[in-house]
Write a protein that binds this ligand. Structure first.
Ligand code: FAD
Length: 402
């Protein structure tokens, strides 16, 4: 008898953890498992701000998929997904096609620029491993330019970060640590450097507790970050941003946009019904009308029944969804009842660079400074442990605090 074929698209948090759980729950005789990803490695998206700033070794944040997923159990396909045809149960790849019995979509997010003129063309984004290491190289290159005859170029060492959400704040925190080091390395006076964080909303880190927001802002300002809050970016050019009601022009050779993300465009191109770019999944994480298609992570619109609002896109949710998804695929195969997804909020900790961090854990307990930073490392290492056991923690972990 033909084995059911489970195809997973995207080796991010959702795709990797679902694959891992399926390997644990199904024997090799029970199902064929195929994992499709653009690269032969998995990267930790939650570390990309550090890759982009150059505050960690870039290879610490990526893991060869075959190091944690047994290629004898799972077929790894290094390919780009172009389209899904859920009616025919087929996936179109750049160089081929796959059919499936069960599909798991975990293709993550893309940059959303809300039509701000020039933003899509000129701003850099912390969107993937490749784009993040490009930013790292770009930043260092500006210091080389300074030392090689361009020191008078306006905005050469101005680093503008658009957006003060989680990613924007974590990134400016890393810049506040990294740029002084680059100044020393390239013999540049620190006063030549500007880090400017611009946010249209009336506060940084919208949705965070007020005391934590105040702490984060003060910690970053103490290390030289300038904030322009309640200020719209109206346009982005090759070497500047135009901001605010008075159309102030800020010259900058480095502009990084973190102000918005949207689900992977493959969803829309595949004809799924979308809510704000995502698939509004049912309680069992399946796409409406398709009993065999699970949508996870940043591609899924999952409602918080308590608040009546969707959960924000986080790795924490993607990982928890993976557990339910794997169990539900097994249940479908065995004709058993499916489980509903219930999010268990374990808290959120934002890194602010170096020894600085803040956040809440479990029951809302607030953490600041070094204890928050240690907790952030515990969270990062816990994921590595779940994915690859102690060996992976020893190889890639942040167990050495500093
Ligand atoms: P991803 O992890 O983004 O994985 C998507 C995968 O799909 C990638 O491997 C990609 O290469 C692959 N892919 C994409 N398109 C294609 C294609 N067409 N064909 C083949 N493969 C493709 N969340 C937290 O919970 N805590 C944090 O502290 C936190 N910090 C963050 C910091 C930063 C800098 C950023 C950017 C995000 C952070 N997040 C955090 C959010 C979190 O990273 C995302 O919510 C999470 O990565 C979503 O997981 P995912 O599996 O849906 O997608």
């Amino acid at each position: 008898m033909r084995k059911p074929k489970i195809v997973l698209l995207g080796a991010g948090y959702a795709g990797m953890m679902t694959t891992k759980r399926l390997m644990q729950q199904l024997s090799i005789e029970e199902a064929e498992i195929i994992l499709v990803n653009k690269h032969n490695y998995h990267y930790q998206t939650t570390w990309l701000h550090e890759v982009a700033a150059g505050t960690i070794d870039q290879n610490q944040s990526r893991i060869m998929i075959s190091d944690v997923i047994d290629p004898l159990r799972v077929t790894l396909v290094e390919e780009t997904v172009e389209k899904i045809n859920p009616d025919q149960k087929k996936v179109t790849l750049q160089n081929g096609e796959l059919d499936y019995d069960y599909l798991v979509v975990g293709l993550g997010f893309e940059k959303a620029t809300f039509g701000i003129p020039g933003m899509a063309e000129h701003a850099l984004s912390i969107q993937s491993f490749d784009k993040s290491r490009y930013i790292r190289e770009h930043i260092e290159y500006q210091f080389s330019r300074y030392r090689n005859g361009e020191k008078d170029k306006e905005g050469l060492l101005t680093f503008v970060v658009g957006g003060s959400g989680f990613t924007g704040i974590e990134f400016v925190g890393e810049l506040a640590e990294k740029l002084p080091q680059l100044c020393k390395e390239y013999d540049v006076d620190l006063s030549e450097v500007r880090i400017v964080n611009i946010e249209a909303a009336p506060t940084i880190l919208p949705g965070f507790d007020e005391a934590l927001v105040t702490y984060a802002r003060r910690s970053l300002e103490d290390r030289g970050v300038e904030f322009k809050i309640g200020t719209m970016i109206k346009e982005c050019t090759k070497d500047s941003v135009i901001v605010g009601d008075d159309n102030e022009e800020i010259k900058a050779e480095t502009i990084v946009w973190t102000g918005g993300v949207q689900a992977n465009a493959v969803l829309g191109e595949s004809g799924f019904e979308l809510t704000k770019g995502k698939v509004n999944v049912d309680g069992t994480l399946r796409a409406p009308g398709y009993e065999d298609v699970f949508i996870l992570g940043d591609c899924a619109w999952v409602m918080n029944q308590e608040t009546g609002r969707p959960y924000p896109p986080t790795a924490q949710i993607a990982i928890q969804e993976a557990d339910i998804c794997a169990e539900n695929i097994k249940a479908l195969m065995k004709d058993e009842p499916l489980k509903e997804f219930v999010f268990d909020n374990k808290g959120t900790v934002a890194s602010l660079g170096g020894r600085h961090a803040m956040g809440t854990i479990f029951d809302g307990k607030k953490l600041y400074g070094l204890s928050a930073k240690m907790m952030k490392h515990v969270i990062d290492d816990r994921y590595l442990f779940m994915l690859g056991g102690p060996r992976l923690v020893l190889k890639k972990g942040k167990f050495r605090p500093f």
